[in-house]
Design a protein around this ligand. Structure first.
Ligand code: ATP
Ligand code: MG
Length: 556
């Protein structure tokens, strides 16, 4: 697939750089997560892009934790991020931390002060904002702007030593308070934060801002192509300014469009709220757009990479349909998932002319799409479970399943004919009685009968009980983050439905967490880690067909 498509704009840039001998033919990218949450599928896009670009041109990719914000960061997130990148199929060249560069970044700041290009500011955040001006009117110079180099050096050192309280002073770059680009109006370089850092502990109480940390970290690592999302376009002149004034390795920043999916939110801050307020069971809740949630839901790494490839690299923001992600996993699982029988809404069916106590081991193909998948044995007896919806007492026309006097094939087994039912006091069917045609056995049918419907079943005495978790989209609107009001008011209250008494074929008792199956006629399911020796738990990964696409097809 990737061989045939034309080059994306980043590949074009890399090829031009290689052709012109820039960076000595070297390609080094980086993936720079802030360890303040679990990765989501948007990050997967950035990972596939950064690692993929380097792989394609014999380059390498660093994993750099952008850990300059001590309050929100945690090693739990560092560990989960590493696990998710590896699971997606990528391995980094070096594991690095922006916090490892704190001393170097401090020295860079000192160098800029000495050049008269940075100063210590006394004003509060509000005062700084008021002096900033607007996009159409220039800002005003702070009185601190004229401080001497000596005074700035002294104050900056005392900031580091902890002589000032949070917010009391900042370090600013001295650029141009009338610059059309607001980011160039004497941006902040350092702030005071007396906070414990997950790696540097209490060593520092001043922390570099993103703009002063990111580009310099790229440069320290000799990153050749620093790829980020579109919102950083206005930061690029500042990125370049610091590198130029410091006269350090000229890394370059390139921007592409974020990946957005409909019916979900894609920001760690929002996802964290869902977790902390208990709207979901955790970062890996199968309804979450996190890598860990998708993994638990049954998504494969290949299906996520495939989505990223299909979406491509764009220069304009847009929202991708969730159904495209579902298409990617469905397509893969159709090829790779073994078929199994699971009855999610069971009703008992007794075959009155099948010998009581007799058990046959019937042969069933594991996956008709994969000739190498082999087959398995299914126990068959006179008492089965079938889906309640597969029997109707007064069926409409074109209902090709079971009803009184109607015939249907039991998958991998026999043709049966509906005879009668038992009901409880409320009129609900408790048992269906049927007869079977002994000569209609699948694989050796000489009954001469043809039937239109085939239904799935399990043998009551042999079936295993399972809990099945059915998921729907987490939000009721396409773009919850853009709606007015709290995005959490658009949570879909019916996004999880738990079926606690499903019956599955007995072989599934051997399945391990993460194993994936197609439950015939029902969808693709994977074994959840909540599974115990007592109870097997399945997550519905995706339905067999796009329910929405089916509706539009019907309308045609
Ligand atoms: P969030 O808002 O979810 O916290 P972020 O951009 O703050 O996202 P970072 O940890 O800073 O998260 O991101 C690491 C890298 O992943 C950055 O290069 C960022 O541009 C990229 N990234 C984050 N979200 C997306 C997305 N939706 N699509 C593509 N790339 C993304
Ligand atoms: Mg961020």
């Amino acid at each position: 697939m990737s061989e045939e498509r034309s080059l994306n704009f980043l590949e074009q840039i890399v090829e031009e750089d290689l052709a012109s001998g820039k960076n000595g033919g070297r390609v080094l990218t980086r993936f720079p997560p802030e360890p303040n949450g679990y990765l989501h599928i948007g990050h997967a896009k950035s990972i596939v892009l950064n690692f993929g670009l380097a792989q394609k041109y014999n380059g390498k990719t660093n994993l750099r934790f952008d850990d300059t914000n001590p309050v929100t960061e945690d090693t739990e997130y560092v560990d989960s991020i590493k696990e998710d990148i590896r699971w997606l199929g990528f391995e980094w060249e070096k594991e690095l931390y922006a916090s490892d560069y704190f001393e170097q970044l401090y020295q860079y700041a000192v160098a800029l002060i000495k050049k008269g290009l940075a100063y210590v500011e006394d004003a509060t955040a509000e005062e700084i904002a008021a002096m900033k001006g607007t996009p159409t009117t220039p800002g005003t110079n702070s009185p601190c702007r004229s401080r001497s180099v000596e005074e700035n050096l002294d104050l900056f050192e005392r900031m580091r030593k902890g002589e000032f309280k949070d917010g009391e002073k900042t370090l600013r770059a001295k650029i141009d308070m009338a610059a059309p680009n607001m980011h160039m109006r004497d941006p902040l370089m350092y702030r005071i934060k007396h906070a414990h850092h997950h790696r540097t502990g209490d060593k520092w109480c001043i922390y570099p801002m993103y703009d002063f940390a990111h580009g310099q970290s790229d440069s320290i690592e000799n990153i050749t192509h620093s790829v980020c999302t579109l919102e950083f376009i206005p930061h690029r002149p500042l990125y370049d300014w610091f590198i130029q004034e410091l006269d350090i390795f000229p890394s370059h920043q390139y921007e592409f469009a974020r990946l957005n999916l409909n019916y979900t939110v894609m920001s760690k801050r929002k996802l964290k709220q869902l977790v902390e307020e208990g709207h979901v069971s955790g970062w890996d809740d199968p309804r979450m757009p996190t890598i860990s949630g998708l993994r638990r839901r049954g998504y494969t790494a290949a299906s996520i990479r495939s989505l990223c490839e299909r979406v491509g690299i764009q220069k304009r923001d847009n929202i991708i349909e969730y159904s495209l992600l579902e298409f990617c996993i469905r397509e893969e699982l159709n090829r790779t998932a073994n078929r199994a029988m699971a009855v999610l809404d069971p009703v008992k069916l007794v075959i009155t002319n099948y010998p009581e106590g007799q058990v046959e081991e019937l042969e069933a193909e594991n996956n008709p799409e994969d000739p190498n998948s082999g087959s398995r044995k299914l126990p068959f007896s006179n008492t089965l479970y079938i889906e309640r919806e597969d029997f109707m007492e007064n069926p409409p026309k074109k209902y090709f399943r079971l009803g009184p006097g109607m015939m249907v094939r039991l998958k991998n087994a026999y043709i049966i004919k509906g005879e009668s039912v038992d009901k409880d006091a409320d009129g609900n069917i408790t048992t269906i009685y049927a007869t079977y045609l002994p000569e209609s056995k699948s694989g050796g049918d000489h009954s001469g009968m043809t039937v239109k419907g085939t239904i799935h079943w399990v043998s009551a005495a042999h079936a295993a009980t399972a809990e099945v978790r059915m998921y729907d989209r987490l939000f009721t609107v396409e773009n919850p983050a853009s709606e007015e009001g709290d995005f959490k008011s658009f949570i879909n209250k019916d996004s999880l439905q738990v079926i606690s008494n499903a019956f599955v074929e007995p072989g599934l008792l051997q399945a391990k967490p993460g194993d994936r199956f197609q439950f015939m006629r029902k969808g693709y399911f994977s074994v959840d880690p909540d599974t115990t020796s007592e109870k097997i738990v399945f997550n519905r990964t995706v339905t067999l067909k796009d329910a929405w696409a089916k509706e539009t097809a019907k309308a045609k």
